[in-house]
Design a protein around this ligand. Structure first.
Ligand code: NI
Ligand code: MN
Length: 226
């Protein structure tokens, strides 16, 4: 499985199929791709905020691929004329060998429409499974105790965790989250996009190492294969 960071919380996760998560590309100076040339078979969106929903509608229409999201975000995507699959917590959506299981996140999910926030349901994370390998994309989230349960039930190989603080966990809390989840690898996300979410991911390395977890810090456009 190959995981490519597209900056912020956007990832392309590839095995037999390509799963694009939280495709915030337009307006993200870190993004190494353009909405016009990114390839994918399915799009997963964790919540309604613009830095996650991003270019999902445009890419979905361009590639004729579905956007999988919490029911209310899926309804919104569908109202914009794109293909959408609505789901909810603990549910699994299976598509051409890709399994997407929705897990909770501790955050908010409003969708900004003409300057107002419309209902975007609840924020989520995804367990993304292909060929027996599993990645946990935590979405935007604060620390919560049920991350332990997510780790025990799904046993993800890799956890993609937000570390930028202010809107999500910082490096200290993400280290505690990793201790609860117990993945083999942690890839930090949602940091250094803008000054308020500046973080130093390497601060986590030694503490994670003591737990037997490897920190993998990517630059935008860089991939990790396992
Ligand atoms: Ni958010
Ligand atoms: Mn965000």
């Amino acid at each position: 499985m190959k995981i490519t960071w597209l900056g912020h919380s956007a990832f392309l996760i590839e095995d037999e199929k390509k799963v694009l998560v939280d495709p915030f590309i337009t307006g993200n100076d870190m993004a190494p791709v353009k909405p016009d040339d990114v390839d994918c078979d399915i799009i997963a969106v964790t919540h309604g905020h613009g830095d996650h929903l991003g270019d999902a509608v445009f890419i979905s229409k361009r590639k004729d691929v579905p956007v999988v999201a919490i029911y209310e975000v899926a309804e919104y995507v569908s109202s914009k004329g794109a293909k959408a699959v609505g789901m909810n917590f603990s549910g699994t959506y299976e598509h051409e060998g890709v399994r997407l299981t929705m897990v909770p996140a501790l955050h908010s999910s409003g969708i900004t429409e003409s300057g107002f926030s419309v209902d975007g349901g609840l924020p989520a994370g995804f367990i993304i499974e292909m060929n027996g390998k599993k990645v946990y994309h935590a979405g935007d989230t604060g620390l919560f105790g049920d991350m332990k349960l997510i780790g025990e039930i799904y046993r993800p190989d890799v956890a993609l965790l937000p570390i930028g603080g202010l809107f999500t966990m910082d490096t200290h809390l993400a280290t505690i989250a990793a201790r609860l989840i117990k993945p083999k690898y942690v890839i930090p996300m949602h940091y250094n996009t803008w000054p308020p979410i500046t973080a130093k991911p390497d601060e986590m390395r030694e503490d994670l190492k003591r737990e037997g977890i490897e920190l993998v810090v990517l630059n935008p456009g860089q991939s990790f294969e396992f």
